[in-house]
Design a protein around this ligand. Sequence first.
Ligand SMILES: [Ca+2]
Length: 138
Amino acid sequence: MGRKKVIVKKLVQLILAAALVVAGGIAIQPTEAVAAPAGCAAGDACFYKNIAFSGTKGRMAQCINKFSDYGMNDTTSSLYNAGRYDTLYVYQESNGRGGVETWPKGTGSIALWFTWNDTISSAYFGSFLGYKGKSKCN
Ligand SMILES: [Ca+2]
């Protein structure tokens, strides 16, 4: 193989690798190890109407079947899991239905991406996943 062909092959490999990184970034909502926002108490998960943990805040201690019960359906643009033990599970529809995304304790997102911005309708700490749709989460 000539030197030119080797260089072209390497370039193609680099471009393909970059494309894969971009595709992965779009497909997966990144969990960011961000500092806990002020006012999000230990043990809670906090949901904010605006990015960067600002705007109207909702807090969750265990689980919420319907964000609409709190006037927050499809409004969350940033969130933080200040839970002590559990991973936070959020869903695109009420009662734990639809697409799901998770944030381990101590992580959050300062700006939810694409399909996750303004779409969250229910949320559960891992220990309460068994109560999806039940009154305990109302
Ligand atoms: Ca929704």
